[in-house]
Ligand binder design. Structure first.
Ligand SMILES: [Zn+2]
Length: 172
Protein backbone atom coordinates (compact mmCIF):
# COMPACT_ATOMS: atom_id res chain seq x y z
CA UNK A 1 0.00 0.00 0.00
CA UNK A 2 1.30 3.43 -0.96
CA UNK A 3 0.97 5.85 1.91
CA UNK A 4 -0.49 9.13 0.74
CA UNK A 5 1.65 12.03 1.83
CA UNK A 6 0.03 14.64 4.00
CA UNK A 7 0.27 18.03 2.28
CA UNK A 8 2.38 19.39 5.12
CA UNK A 9 5.04 16.72 4.46
CA UNK A 10 5.52 18.23 1.00
CA UNK A 11 6.29 21.65 2.42
CA UNK A 12 9.99 22.44 2.31
CA UNK A 13 10.60 23.16 5.99
CA UNK A 14 14.15 24.37 5.30
CA UNK A 15 12.71 27.39 3.48
CA UNK A 16 9.86 28.08 5.89
CA UNK A 17 9.70 31.54 7.45
CA UNK A 18 7.56 32.82 10.25
CA UNK A 19 4.13 33.48 8.76
CA UNK A 20 0.45 32.71 8.29
CA UNK A 21 0.03 30.02 5.62
CA UNK A 22 -3.15 28.62 4.11
CA UNK A 23 -2.21 24.97 4.54
CA UNK A 24 -5.16 23.29 2.85
CA UNK A 25 -8.83 23.44 1.92
CA UNK A 26 -10.92 20.27 2.15
CA UNK A 27 -14.43 20.32 0.74
CA UNK A 28 -17.37 18.13 1.64
CA UNK A 29 -20.74 19.08 0.17
CA UNK A 30 -21.28 22.79 1.01
CA UNK A 31 -18.69 22.94 3.77
CA UNK A 32 -15.10 24.00 3.20
CA UNK A 33 -12.63 23.09 5.91
CA UNK A 34 -9.76 25.57 5.83
CA UNK A 35 -6.55 24.83 7.72
CA UNK A 36 -4.26 27.74 8.55
CA UNK A 37 -0.64 27.16 9.56
CA UNK A 38 0.34 29.80 12.11
CA UNK A 39 4.10 29.38 11.99
CA UNK A 40 5.67 31.27 14.85
CA UNK A 41 9.15 29.77 14.74
CA UNK A 42 11.58 29.08 11.91
CA UNK A 43 12.32 25.33 12.06
CA UNK A 44 15.93 24.48 13.08
CA UNK A 45 16.93 28.16 13.17
CA UNK A 46 14.94 29.35 16.15
CA UNK A 47 14.15 27.77 19.52
CA UNK A 48 10.90 25.79 19.58
CA UNK A 49 7.98 27.12 21.60
CA UNK A 50 8.02 25.89 25.21
CA UNK A 51 5.33 23.49 26.40
CA UNK A 52 4.13 26.08 28.88
CA UNK A 53 3.66 28.73 26.18
CA UNK A 54 2.03 26.27 23.75
CA UNK A 55 -0.47 25.07 26.32
CA UNK A 56 -1.27 28.53 27.68
CA UNK A 57 -1.74 30.04 24.24
CA UNK A 58 -3.88 27.08 23.22
CA UNK A 59 -6.31 27.78 26.06
CA UNK A 60 -6.37 31.55 25.51
CA UNK A 61 -6.43 31.75 21.73
CA UNK A 62 -8.95 28.89 21.35
CA UNK A 63 -11.29 30.81 23.65
CA UNK A 64 -10.65 34.09 21.79
CA UNK A 65 -11.12 32.76 18.27
CA UNK A 66 -14.31 30.91 19.22
CA UNK A 67 -15.68 34.09 20.76
CA UNK A 68 -14.76 36.11 17.67
CA UNK A 69 -16.62 33.75 15.34
CA UNK A 70 -19.66 33.15 17.55
CA UNK A 71 -21.70 35.91 15.91
CA UNK A 72 -21.04 34.84 12.33
CA UNK A 73 -23.11 32.13 10.70
CA UNK A 74 -20.80 31.47 7.74
CA UNK A 75 -17.69 30.40 9.65
CA UNK A 76 -17.04 28.24 12.73
CA UNK A 77 -13.83 27.16 14.43
CA UNK A 78 -13.32 23.41 14.12
CA UNK A 79 -10.00 23.20 15.96
CA UNK A 80 -7.08 25.18 17.29
CA UNK A 81 -3.99 23.53 18.71
CA UNK A 82 -0.20 23.30 18.73
CA UNK A 83 1.86 21.45 16.14
CA UNK A 84 3.74 18.42 17.45
CA UNK A 85 7.01 19.96 16.26
CA UNK A 86 6.36 22.97 18.55
CA UNK A 87 7.05 25.57 15.85
CA UNK A 88 3.47 26.81 15.52
CA UNK A 89 -0.25 26.09 15.64
CA UNK A 90 -2.99 24.84 13.35
CA UNK A 91 -6.23 26.77 13.17
CA UNK A 92 -9.04 24.97 11.38
CA UNK A 93 -12.27 26.59 10.24
CA UNK A 94 -15.44 25.24 8.70
CA UNK A 95 -17.04 27.72 6.35
CA UNK A 96 -19.87 27.86 3.83
CA UNK A 97 -17.96 30.61 1.99
CA UNK A 98 -16.71 29.00 -1.21
CA UNK A 99 -15.04 32.02 -2.79
CA UNK A 100 -11.39 31.52 -1.83
CA UNK A 101 -10.65 35.14 -2.66
CA UNK A 102 -12.73 36.14 0.35
CA UNK A 103 -10.74 33.96 2.78
CA UNK A 104 -7.92 36.42 3.20
CA UNK A 105 -10.05 39.33 4.46
CA UNK A 106 -12.25 37.00 6.47
CA UNK A 107 -9.43 35.27 8.32
CA UNK A 108 -7.34 38.41 8.66
CA UNK A 109 -10.20 40.01 10.54
CA UNK A 110 -10.73 36.99 12.83
CA UNK A 111 -6.99 36.61 13.56
CA UNK A 112 -6.51 40.30 14.28
CA UNK A 113 -9.49 40.49 16.62
CA UNK A 114 -8.53 37.25 18.37
CA UNK A 115 -5.01 38.55 19.09
CA UNK A 116 -6.54 41.70 20.58
CA UNK A 117 -8.89 39.59 22.69
CA UNK A 118 -6.01 37.51 24.12
CA UNK A 119 -4.05 40.68 24.94
CA UNK A 120 -6.98 41.84 27.09
CA UNK A 121 -7.38 38.59 29.02
CA UNK A 122 -7.04 38.72 32.80
CA UNK A 123 -7.02 34.99 33.43
CA UNK A 124 -6.21 31.78 31.57
CA UNK A 125 -9.53 30.07 30.71
CA UNK A 126 -10.22 26.55 31.99
CA UNK A 127 -7.14 26.46 34.22
CA UNK A 128 -8.46 23.80 36.58
CA UNK A 129 -8.51 20.02 36.95
CA UNK A 130 -12.12 19.75 35.82
CA UNK A 131 -11.64 21.44 32.43
CA UNK A 132 -8.04 20.58 31.51
CA UNK A 133 -6.01 17.36 31.51
CA UNK A 134 -2.82 18.93 32.83
CA UNK A 135 -3.59 22.38 34.22
CA UNK A 136 -0.33 22.50 36.24
CA UNK A 137 1.63 22.90 33.01
CA UNK A 138 -0.25 26.09 32.16
CA UNK A 139 1.47 29.45 32.51
CA UNK A 140 0.02 32.91 33.16
CA UNK A 141 -1.81 35.30 30.82
CA UNK A 142 1.55 37.05 30.23
CA UNK A 143 2.74 33.93 28.37
CA UNK A 144 -0.30 34.05 26.09
CA UNK A 145 -0.01 37.83 25.59
CA UNK A 146 3.60 37.41 24.43
CA UNK A 147 2.48 34.77 21.92
CA UNK A 148 -0.46 36.94 20.79
CA UNK A 149 1.91 39.86 20.16
CA UNK A 150 4.19 37.63 18.08
CA UNK A 151 1.24 36.30 16.12
CA UNK A 152 -0.16 39.79 15.58
CA UNK A 153 3.14 40.90 14.02
CA UNK A 154 2.73 38.12 11.45
CA UNK A 155 -0.91 38.99 10.90
CA UNK A 156 0.05 42.64 10.24
CA UNK A 157 2.85 41.55 7.93
CA UNK A 158 0.40 39.34 6.02
CA UNK A 159 -1.93 42.33 5.64
CA UNK A 160 0.94 44.38 4.18
CA UNK A 161 1.74 41.53 1.79
CA UNK A 162 -1.91 41.45 0.75
CA UNK A 163 -2.08 37.66 0.99
CA UNK A 164 -1.12 34.64 3.04
CA UNK A 165 2.55 33.77 3.31
CA UNK A 166 3.59 31.34 0.56
CA UNK A 167 5.02 27.85 1.02
CA UNK A 168 7.93 26.43 -0.94
CA UNK A 169 7.28 22.78 -1.79
CA UNK A 170 9.65 19.84 -2.06
CA UNK A 171 9.78 18.84 -5.71
CA UNK A 172 8.51 15.31 -6.30
ZN1 LIG B 1 -5.24 22.28 28.89
Amino acid sequence: MKIKNSVSFNVDHSRLKRGIYLSRIDTMKDINTVTLDLRLRVPYKEDIISNKELHTFEHCFATAVRNMTEETDSVAVAYFGPMGCQTGYYLVFNTTESDEHRYFDMFYDILKKSCGYVKGMTEVPAKNELQCGNCYSLGETADAVKAAEELEELVDEMKQLGGFHKYSFIED
